[in-house]
Design a protein around this ligand. Structure first.
Ligand code: MSP
Length: 470
C-alpha cells in the first residue's frame, strides 16, 4: 500500500493580505509535499483561509462590505497567489464553506452530548487581534503582550466551556510517549511545562459575536473562531471524501499558535475519539531588517513584490534558504538581493553556464543517466528533509555546487583533451544533474530546465538561469 502523507498549513485570517510570513509556511509545506511525492508517497496538501470571528467582522465593517463579500474578496488573494509561486495545494478550505460549517456543528454536538461542554460565566480580557482571552498573568502593563496597541476590555459573558482540563493528564502522557511529536524539541518542552503548571477549561462560544457558526442547541451563541478553525484539518478531508488521509502527518505552523495546535486541538480530538495528528512542527518568525514586520512600520514584504524582483524559483529559493527553522530569521531586500546574486546568479547559475560552455566547446555527448530519485543515495539530505530542515537541505546542495566549482578550478578542463577531458566533463555533468534532481521540490522549473539542458545528445549554452540583479 502506498504511504500516505497529509500536510497542512495554518488557515490564514482574511483581515490581512498575503505577506512573506504566510508565504514562508505555505511554500515550505509545498516543498515538503513535493519531496514526499518524489519519494512515491500519496500526498494531500491543504491550505486555506480562516474567515469567522470578531476580527474579521471588524475588518469587513471597516471596508464597508458584508462579512461574506469581504471574505470572498480577500480569500481570493490567497487562493490566487499560491499557484503563482508554483505552490500546488490539493485543496483550499474556507471556513465559510457550508459543508465545513455543518461538520463543525456535528462535531461540537457530539462532544456536548458526551458531557465535555458546560455553560458558565466568563470574565476576562479579550484580545481581538489574537482572538483569545488573555489571562491576568499574561498581561503586560494591562495590555496583550503581542498587541500592545490593542485596547483590551474586560468582558463578562455567559459562554459554553470545553473541559480542556479533563484531558491534561492524557495529553501529557501522549506527548511524553511521543504519540505525537512536537518539533523543534524545545517547543515540546515548552508545552509540557505549561501543561504541568495547570490548565483552565476553555470558553468555546461567544454571545457577543454574530459572525460565526451558531451553536446548534443555542443559536444565540456562535462557536469560538479557533474551535471552528482548527477543525478545518478534519472537515477538508470529509468534504473531499479523502478520509483515508487521516490522521495528519504534519501540521506546519508558526510558533505563536503552538498551544492551539498541541493542546486545544488534540484535546478536541481526544474528546471526540478521533486519532491524533502525528507531528506538529512550529517554525519561528521572519523579522525584517531587525524589526518585527508590521503594517505600521511599513516594512511588510509581499509575495507579489518578491515575484516581481526574483521570479518564481528565485523567490522559492530565498524563502526556503532563510526558513526560520528554530530561531527567528532576519531578512530584508538588501539581504535577499545579495543572496540572490551570490547563490543563484553566481553559484548555481554560473556553474551551469560554465559547464555547459565547456561541454559545448568539447562537443561532448553525455551518456545516459538514470536520475530517478533514490533517497538512499542522499542519506544526509534525506534526513534533513524528513526533519523539515529545508534551509539546511539547501546548504547541502550548495556544498555540492561549491565542490563542483572547485573541481573545475583544480582540473582546468580547458587545458585537457581526449579521455581525460571526457572523464572530467562526465563527472561535472553527473554532478549538475544530481544537483538539479535534489532541487526538484525547491525549484521545480529550474530543475527541469537544467536536466533538459544536460541530457543528450548535445549540451548547449543557454541564457543565464538567474541574471544578476544590481
Ligand atoms: N487563523 C489563524 C490560524 C488558524 S489555523 C487553524 C492565524 N492566521 S494568521 O493569518 O495570523 O497566520 C499566522 C501564520 O502565518 C503563522 O502561524 C505563520 O505560519 C505565518 N506567519 C505570520 N507571520 C510570520 C512571520 N513574520 N514569519 C514567519 N511566519 C509567519 O493565526
Amino acid at each position: 500500500m502506498t504511504k500516505k502523507f497529509y500536510i497542512t498549513t495554518p488557515i490564514y485570517y482574511v483581515n490581512d493580505v498575503p505577506h512573506i510570513g504566510h508565504t514562508c509556511t505555505t511554500l515550505v509545506a509545498d516543498i515538503i509535499a513535493r519531496y514526499h511525492k518524489l519519494l512515491g508517497e500519496e500526498v494531500f496538501f491543504l491550505t486555506g483561509t480562516d474567515e469567522h470571528g470578531a476580527k474579521i467582522a471588524e475588518a469587513a465593517k471597516k471596508s464597508g462590505l458584508t462579512p461574506k463579500k469581504f471574505c470572498d474578496q480577500v480569500s481570493k488573494n490567497f487562493q490566487e497567489i499560491w499557484p503563482k509561486l508554483n505552490i500546488q495545494y490539493d485543496y483550499f478550505i474556507r471556513t465559510t464553506n457550508p459543508q465545513h460549517e455543518r461538520i463543525v456543528q456535528e462535531f461540537i454536538e457530539k462532544i456536548y452530548e458526551k458531557g465535555d461542554i458546560y455553560k458558565d460565566k466568563y470574565e476576562g480580557f479579550y484580545c481581538v487581534a489574537c482572538e483569545k482571552f488573555v489571562t491576568e498573568t499574561d498581561l503586560v502593563d494591562g495590555k496583550c503582550p503581542f498587541h500592545p496597541t490593542q485596547k483590551l476590555q474586560k468582558q463578562t459573558e455567559v459562554n459554553y466551556f470545553f473541559r480542556l482540563s479533563k484531558y491534561v493528564p492524557e495529553l501529557i502522557k501522549a506527548i511524553e510517549k511521543n504519540e505525537y511529536l512536537i518539533l523543534p524539541k524545545a517547543k515540546r518542552k515548552e508545552v509540557l511545562t505549561k501543561l504541568k503548571a495547570g490548565v483552565n477549561d476553555l470558553s468555546i462560544s461567544r454571545a457577543s459575536v454574530s459572525w460565526g457558526i451558531p451553536i446548534p442547541w443555542d443559536k444565540k451563541q456562535t462557536i469560538y473562531v479557533w474551535f471552528d478553525a482548527l477543525l478545518n484539518y478534519y472537515t477538508a478531508l470529509k468534504i473531499n471524501k479523502k478520509e483515508k488521509f487521516w490522521p495528519p502527518t504534519v501540521h506546519l505552523i508558526g510558533k505563536e499558535i503552538l498551544w492551539f495546535h498541541t493542546v486545544v486541538w488534540q484535546a478536541m480530538l481526544l474528546s471526540a475519539g478521533i486519532s491524533l495528528p502525528k507531528v506538529i512542527f512550529a517554525h519561528s518568525f521572519y523579522t525584517i531588517d531587525g524589526q518585527k514586520m508590521s503594517k505600521s512600520l511599513g516594512n511588510v514584504i509581499s509575495p507579489k513584490q518578491l515575484l516581481e524582483k526574483f521570479g518564481v524559483d528565485g523567490t522559492r529559493y530565498l524563502i526556503a534558504s532563510s526558513f526560520p527553522y528554530e530561531n527567528d530569521a532576519d531578512v530584508g531586500w538588501k539581504k535577499f538581493e545579495a543572496k540572490y546574486n551570490a547563490d543563484l546568479a553566481n553559484g548555481l547559475g554560473n556553474l551551469v553556464a560554465r559547464v555547459a560552455k565547456l561541454c559545448e566547446k568539447a562537443n561532448f555527448t553525455p551518456p545516459c543517466y538514470d536520475d530517478t530519485y533514490h533517497h538512499s543515495k542522499f542519506k544526509k539530505f534525506h534526513k534533513l528533509m524528513l526533519e523539515y530542515k529545508v534551509n539546511e537541505a539547501l546548504e547541502f546542495v550548495w556544498e555540492k555546487i561549491s565542490k563542483a566549482d572547485k573541481y573545475i578550478n583544480d582540473t582546468q578542463p580547458w587545458l585537457l583533451k581526449g579521455e581525460k577531458l571526457n572523464k572530467t566533463l562526465n563527472y561535472l555533468v553527473k554532478e549538475i544533474r544530481e544537483i538539479a534532481l535534489l532541487l526538484t521540490p525547491f525549484m521545480p522549473e529550474t530543475s527541469k530546465k537544467i536536466r533538459q539542458q544536460f541530457s543528450g545528445p548535445k549540451i548547449k549554452s543557454q541564457k543565464p538561469l538567474f541574471p544578476r540583479i544590481n
